[in-house]
Design a protein around this ligand. Sequence first.
Ligand SMILES: [Fe+2]
Length: 221
Amino acid sequence: MDSKQENKIKEFVRISLKNTDIAHGFDHIEYVVAMAKKIAIEEKADLRIVIPAAYLHDAVSRAEVESFDEHTDESALVAADFLREIGFSHDEIGRIVEVIKTSSYESYLKGEKPISIEAKVVRDADWLDSMGARGIARVFAFAGHYGCPEMGKVSWHPESPVKLEMSTKGPDPSPLYHFFSKLLWLKDEMQTSAGKIEAQKRHQPMVDFLNTYKSETETDQ
Ligand SMILES: [Fe+2]
């Protein structure tokens, strides 16, 4: 896509995200866009659909909606209005909205699946930023912003985790809980070959972190 249009989208998102939590700040968007471009090229996905969707997928923050699971649909609406203003066609907007709506974790929990290759690319790029060192940093930033009352405990085995239920209306009970409700399961949900390879790399640092945390906090009593 042409760089003028990309810059317009970038500026719009940068301003929209001024008051969001730091786990979903503009750096998250930049990492998702960069990874989405990389995977899209390997998968021969349409960059004119992937790039706007990657920029706009979190255009509305979770703090701006009543329930966390509404932020995807709200982001899709904001994206559609803005893309119409800058000259995207009806067909392109429909495809970009489909990508935004079917690539979020909230839509996955509602049973929606990414159909197009563009949705699979954006979903993998977005979810990869919840893994590895970035994932570890972001989960604590997110929990702090949304008022989790405690760090939690590593009460389960990181190598053979139990699947805890994730809250869809607000934050999980603690950031350490969130590893077991979501983050440790992401590697099994990647949609593209490049996503699967990258997820394998990013999984182990989370397991190592949890094991270290567990050993530092366990007492002999
Ligand atoms: Fe995101």
